[in-house]
Design a binder for this molecule. Structure first.
Ligand code: TZP
Ligand code: MG
Length: 208
């Protein structure tokens, strides 16, 4: 898959009245290089409509586009990939459906990371690093210790997620993360572009 470092996920409950497209375009202009549509409440049809719009936006800006959960929607809009969790289809089955599209998998433990790599995930999510209110069924924070484990052992790309803010991202980078993913800190920001640029600067300062 194409290299990425700043990953934004939609979270419309944080969008402060701005449209989904405006929020994600601001994030892209701020330097986000991969976006994910994550919508746990809308109907399939609504998710499809949003995915279609985001596909167009990401094409225009040459940014990678991932759909959470809905493999059929990802295929219908020709997204670049899907993101699934531990309770979704096994990787091998998802692979049969999506072919060479990107498959990302959320992991919370080194055993899950090892399995994801063995089964052919293209990248893994590593988290939640800190406490977060953005995910309802979230497990306890895995802490930056899990980042250390993954960065020393796992070869496929990984992205740190969960409760990451400008004020704590240094700990995430110090533990070995070179890719970071946020919902609320980016899409809920007053000035989204500025927040993204500050994250990019932090990544660049660490030599990423
Ligand atoms: N997966 C693990 S934590 C999380 C997801 C989707 C939520 C991250 O949201 P935030 O607002 O960046 O903490
Ligand atoms: Mg899922």
């Amino acid at each position: 898959m194409r290299e990425f470092k700043l990953y934004a996920i939609t979270g419309e409950e944080f969008h402060q009245g701005k449209s989904l497209l405006d929020v994600m375009e601001e994030a892209i202009l701020g330097g986000v290089d991969i976006i994910q549509l994550r919508d746990k409440t809308s109907s399939k049809k609504e998710v499809f409509e949003k995915a279609k719009q985001l596909r167009e936006l990401t094409k225009k800006h040459n940014v990678t586009f991932i759909v959470n959960d809905h493999i059929d929607v990802a295929l219908a809009v020709d997204a670049d990939g899907i993101h699934i969790g531990q309770d979704d289809l096994p990787i091998q089955e998802a692979r049969k459906l999506v072919g060479d599209k990107i498959i990302g998998l959320s992991t919370h433990h080194i055993e899950e990371a090892r399995l994801a790599e063995a089964e052919g995930a293209d990248y893994i999510g590593v988290g939640p690093i800190f406490e977060t209110k953005s995910k309802v069924d979230v497990v306890d924070p895995v802490t930056t210790e899990y980042i250390r484990q993954v960065s020393s052992e796992i070869k496929i790309p990984f992205v740190a997620i969960g409760g990451i803010k400008l004020h704590n991202v240094d700990q995430v980078l110090a533990a070995g993360a070179t890719r970071i993913c946020m919902i609320s800190e980016i899409v809920g920001a007053e000035d989204i572009q500025s927040v993204c640029k500050q994250f990019i600067q932090k990544l660049e300062t660490k030599g990423v």
